[in-house]
Design a protein around this ligand. Structure first.
Ligand SMILES: [Fe+2]
Length: 148
């Protein structure tokens, strides 16, 4: 096992959107990602990688639906259409990219552990710090979702 492997992603204070359900689900996603990073090695089989990828995709899909309902229900799509549009686009791109990894695995192509973990950690960090925090601020402004 090499020391240079991308190990984990830690919850950071600035990940907090202030919207309880979003933050709770982000913590679950971060835990799932850390589990994946810990379990995967360069010797992982396509089946193992596939199982982990499907688990992440299932939870991400559920989480995106919750966020997208908040986006629809509280005027974000209407009042901040550009932000809402790019937010939804990022969700769709994530799903498409993770599905593409699944397809490559099915075709017997190689997916390296670092490639996968680096992509997942990078995407989540960037999406939370930008799109989700902008959405969170909007919702909190409307007194929606704050739990702590
Ligand atoms: Fe999001």
């Amino acid at each position: 096992m090499s020391d240079e492997m991308v190990q984990s992603i830690a919850w950071r204070r600035d990940f907090a959107t202030g919207v309880g359900i979003i933050d709770d689900q982000h913590r679950v996603l971060i835990n799932m990602l850390n589990d994946a990073a810990a379990k995967l090695t360069d010797q992982s089989t396509a089946e193992e990688i596939g199982r982990i990828v499907r688990g992440l995709l299932n939870y991400a899909d559920y989480h995106f639906k919750i966020e997208e309902r908040l986006i629809e229900d509280h005027g974000y799509a209407r009042e901040r259409s550009a932000d809402a549009g790019s937010h939804l686009r990022e969700h769709r791109e994530f799903v498409a990219q993770v599905m593409e990894v699944g397809q490559r695995l099915e075709q017997g192509k190689r997916v390296t552990r670092d490639e996968l973990v680096t992509f997942l950690i990078g995407w989540l960090t960037n999406h939370i710090l930008h799109s989700d925090k902008i959405l969170g601020a909007f919702l909190l402004d409307k007194r929606i979702g704050g739990s702590r």
